[in-house]
Write a protein that binds this ligand. Sequence first.
Ligand code: PNS
Length: 169
Amino acid sequence: MKSKKRKAIFAGSFDPITNGHLDIICRASKLFDELQIGVLYNPNKKGLFDFDERVELIKSCTKHLKNIKIVSFDGLLVNYCKNNGIDTLVRGVRTGADIEYELQMAHMNRELDPDIETIILPTKVEHSFVSSSLVKEVVTVGGDVKNLVPKTVLDELERKTNRGNEKCM
Ligand code: PNS
């Protein structure tokens, strides 16, 4: 009998994708037949990058991974999972503070759909302080984030915040 394809989703806002996200994506992709990267579509929430830009950046940094599918979702994540044959949510945690929040989400998602499991992967220690919001804050005021995001993301961050031009002056 053919065994069922194991599908998981790593969902988030990815505004923008960081090396921390990428680490979780690479590691989780080895655990499942297919790992979907679910980009939350929320036109009411304005980020630094618009939805299409976030998707393009994810595409450019994950093209070496063969079992990745980049998708968008809105509304409840568990509903997307149910409609798309996904039974596992992947989340990354950096610190103890993240665990509180992740447990709350995992419990809520189980309340909403007991058939969907959450697995939590600890990030590599070198990514334990990296977040999209801190990266944006630092780059906006001229800090160097080249070790924290993929090169394509760095270029786009610098372009958007005009830091690239300042470096040439
Ligand atoms: O980038 P983030 O903030 O870590 O992503 C959080 C995300 C998008 C995974 C979460 O907010 C989410 O699942 N939103 C969709 C709405 C939903 O299902 N909410 C209930 C979560 S318990």
